[in-house]
Design a binder for this molecule. Structure first.
Ligand SMILES: C[S@@+](CC[C@H](N)C(=O)[O-])C[C@H]1O[C@@H](n2cnc3c(N)ncnc32)[C@H](O)[C@@H]1O
Length: 279
């Protein structure tokens, strides 16, 4: 491991805003019976205002978006979640240096997320430039298996926001919403061309990948939906919903229109596959 990564990992241990539970701790009872972490149901205690609504960014990378939203909206608490410690270091360092009382970070796999948040504890979820996982539905962060996890802790009527460059992921998520009758609150296939229809926060703050994809000329898509109507869930905050896969989603077609992607000057694995097929 590189010296810089080791330095960041060591510094991560000193950040009070960063929670890094061990996988062994969570998996002590097996993968399908995750052991709850002690923070579950007690996130409020980690923030200046314990009663403020809690917002998650899943797959937050370096945490720029989590931090930027927290600065713009000080009356909400924000937690950025990612598995990569060297990336989280940047957000945690900034939040610590600026003594931000409404920001936290959690290093874990999103697959384990239900071990950390209690029913109704979260009011909004952001999915920002998640990998579209064009070959593996169950790895997609808007697939039924993940929505079921989120439904275990999202408050009734709580919002899921998706920001993406990927036509595949956007169309897939729309199809999931249709198949499950999930209320769509807002949508755009080109957020920046329609910026005046949306809260200025949506275009005023950008993630690292968002800036990169915008520079490459990809239109940014935005979708905001609910996992349930508040009224339908009232009185049953403990329950989680189950969701189905969209039968009408033509994965082959949407993969073919996705277009090539380069990340940090290199073709993605899917782009290499598509180019080989075309040759
Ligand atoms: C494409 S990057 C986007 C980062 C950031 N949201 C942005 O827009 O700049 C995806 C991030 O999600 C994280 N990630 C992907 N799958 C994950 C999982 N199952 N659990 C935790 N983190 C995950 C990766 O480590 C990576 O930092």
């Amino acid at each position: 491991m590189g010296h810089d990564k080791l330095r960041k990992f060591a510094e991560n241990e000193t950040f009070g805003c960063l929670l890094q539970p061990s996988a062994a701790e969570l998996l002590a009872d097996g993968y399908f019976a995750l052991r709850d972490h002690e923070v579950k149901g007690h996130w409020g205690g980690r923030f200046e205002n314990p009663d403020a609504p809690l917002v998650l960014e899943l797959g937050c990378g370096k945490g720029e978006y989590t931090v930027a939203l927290a600065e713009r909206v000080p009356d909400k608490n924000y937690v950025g979640v990612d598995i990569k410690g060297a990336r989280l270091w940047k957000g945690a360092k900034y939040a610590t240096g600026h003594a931000m009382g409404n920001v936290g970070f959690l290093r874990t796999r999103i697959e384990f997320i239900t071990a950390f948040f209690a029913p109704g504890e979260v009011s909004e979820i952001w999915l920002t430039f998640s990998d579209p996982q064009v070959r593996s539905e169950n790895s997609r962060l808007t697939s039924p298996i993940f929505l079921e996890r989120y439904s275990k802790f999202l408050s009734p009527g709580g919002l899921v926001h998706l920001k993406t460059d990927s036509q595949f992921l956007y169309q897939y998520t729309l199809a999931v919403c249709r198949a499950n009758g999930l209320p769509i609150v807002a949508s755009s296939e080109n957020l920046y061309a329609e910026a005046d229809r949306f809260d200025p926060c949506l275009t005023g703050v950008q993630t690292f990948y968002e800036s990169m994809f915008r520079e490459q000329g990809y239109p940014i898509k935005y979708l905001c939906f609910k996992l349930s109507d508040a009224a339908a869930q009232e009185g049953s905050p403990e329950s989680s919903a189950s969701f189905v896969s969209p039968e009408d989603f033509d994965a082959e077609y949407w993969r073919s229109v996705e277009g090539y992607r380069t990340l940090f000057g290199r073709d993605t694995a899917e782009t290499r596959r598509q180019k080989m097929k075309g040759n």
